[in-house]
Design a protein around this ligand. Structure first.
Ligand code: PLP
Length: 355
């Protein structure tokens, strides 16, 4: 199966030897990583992340990946401020499932080529009490789109004017192949309403399960309490392995290497789409991240069924909406398949669309 479904790094992205060496060094440096400890995470990593975001280390909670933190954040906010949760349409499917399990009222606000539409956001905010806004402003999952700098300012202003908390989920921001990074919502807001979440899943390795939340002080303490009550103590060995990688100066070179591998895949997918589907379908052209979004001439579910029979998978657009929209769209991940698989898989999809 050629997978355009998996939002995972290609196996070559994971440097097993380097990470094994960092893990060994991490235990040798501090055997405390094998013990129970503070729920907010490995202290040296919290300090490094705090310095990067310009906040006290106590405001950084290192979680078992970004998604685990999302569960804690959503549970906390829905209890503190009952109300609708505003998400992007489309948005990452796993949070949609978590919000459904938490019985949250979810309102999905339109995205266009520049990201979340602030006018639509304003209308949604005016329509009812809001618990929080969940946004993935950079190289969004699933659309690959990035919120423009101007819109970032408007989104922050709207949130500030109403006192609505925002969760900025940014696991892809550092995986940029070209162009300038716009300011984060967290920077624009000063970290009062915006909680910034990210992860080392895309920049180091997803199996380490190391993500983080930079939250206002009181909220950070409550997220940490949730972590303790759920799993007593974080996996310090993973967190210390990431810290060792950073401390020996290997994070940036490793990230550059990963970006080289993924840029080639992104370019191959864009070139093959252009060669095979120009005039038939349209797609986003992300400057980074893992995904692009394709608007198809027909039904995505039918295409998926036929594509799987031919050995190619993707995720249909409707999985990323809470309300069944997206029936003629698809998310294609270029992160996992090899360049030659990408060429062959996109050609298969194009042949099926032409048939
Ligand atoms: C937008 C977004 N948020 C969070 C995650 C979760 O990542 P992890 O839990 O591995 O940090 C992903 C993973 O694909 C994602 O795309």
């Amino acid at each position: 199966m050629i997978s355009f479904a998996r939002g995972a790094p290609a196996p070559e992205c994971l440097d097993a030897e380097l990470l094994a060496d960092c893990a060994r060094a991490a235990v040798e440096r501090d055997t405390g990583v094998l013990a129970y400890g503070a729920g907010g995470g490995y202290e040296p990593l919290r300090e490094w992340l705090g310095a990067r975001h310009g906040v006290e280390p106590g405001r950084v909670v290192v979680t078992n990946g970004g998604l685990q933190g999302f569960v804690f954040y959503a549970e906390e906010l829905l209890a503190e401020r009952p109300g609708q949760v505003i998400v992007e349409a489309p948005t990452y499917d796993r949070p949609l499932k978590i919000l459904a399990r938490l019985r949250a009222e979810v309102v999905a606000v339109e995205l266009d080529g520049e990201g979340l539409d602030p006018d639509a956001l304003e209308r949604a905010l005016d329509a009812g009490e809001t618990s929080f806004l969940y946004t993935i402003p950079t190289f969004q999952n699933p659309s690959g789109r990035t919120l423009s700098a101007e819109r970032r300012r408007r989104v922050v202003e709207l949130a500030q004017a109403r006192g609505v908390p925002v969760l900025e989920d940014d696991p892809y921001g550092l995986v940029r192949y070209e162009g300038e990074a716009p300011p984060s919502l967290h920077e624009l807001d000063g970290g009062e309403l915006v909680t910034y979440a990210s992860s080392f899943s895309k920049t180091v390795a997803p199996g380490l399960r190391v993500g983080w939340f930079t939250a206002p002080t009181g909220l950070a303490a409550r997220l940490e309490a949730r972590a303790v009550s759920n799993y007593i103590s974080p996996p310090f060995l993973s967190q210390a392995t990431v810290f060792e990688l950073i401390d020996r100066g290997a994070f940036e070179p490793n990230l550059e290497r990963i970006k080289g591998l993924l840029r080639l895949r992104r370019d191959t997918m864009l070139e093959t789409l252009e060669r095979e589907l120009a005039g038939t379908a349209t797609w986003s052209e992300p400057e980074g991240g893992y995904f692009l979004w394709v608007d198809l001439p027909g039904d995505a579910a039918t295409l998926l069924e036929r594509a799987e029979a031919e050995g190619v998978s993707f995720v249909k657009g409707s999985d990323f909406f809470p309300d069944g929209r997206g029936g003629r769209s698809a998310r294609l991940a270029f992160s996992y398949a090899s360049p030659s698989e990408i060429d062959s898989g996109v050609s298969t999809l194009a042949a099926l669309l032409r048939a």
